[in-house]
Design a protein around this ligand. Structure first.
Ligand SMILES: [Zn+2]
Length: 107
């Protein structure tokens, strides 16, 4: 059984880089700003890479976050502004875009 091939940068190389980054910066950056010490479990892109490999691999654009802060970060994007732009396949990145909700709201 082989996993389906996905054209995504989040592969093995990312997993290793992510582990190394978390080992180097083990604490949540958002909580650190509040003077709180929380173990980070997620590496987040400060500026959304939008399929741009330069931004994706730019460690200056990475931050360690705990899951809670990561979710808040993402929700802020979803609530406060639409995500503009397209991914490498030409699909809208905005998760609220109707292209990403083919089934509508039924159910
Ligand atoms: Zn946090």
């Amino acid at each position: 059984m082989s996993a389906p091939k996905k054209k995504s940068p989040y592969g093995y190389r990312w997993q290793k880089a992510r582990e190394a980054f978390l080992a180097k910066y083990p604490l949540c950056a958002e909580h650190a700003r509040l003077g709180q010490t929380v173990v980070a479990t997620v590496v987040d892109h400060v500026e959304p890479h939008r399929g741009c490999m330069k931004l994706f691999w730019d460690r200056d654009n990475w931050q360690s976050l705990c899951k809670q802060c990561h979710d808040v970060h993402k929700q802020r994007f979803e609530k406060s502004g639409r995500v503009s732009g397209c991914d490498e396949f030409g699909n809208p990145i905005d998760p609220t875009h109707h292209w990403n909700n083919p089934g509508g709201r039924g159910g």
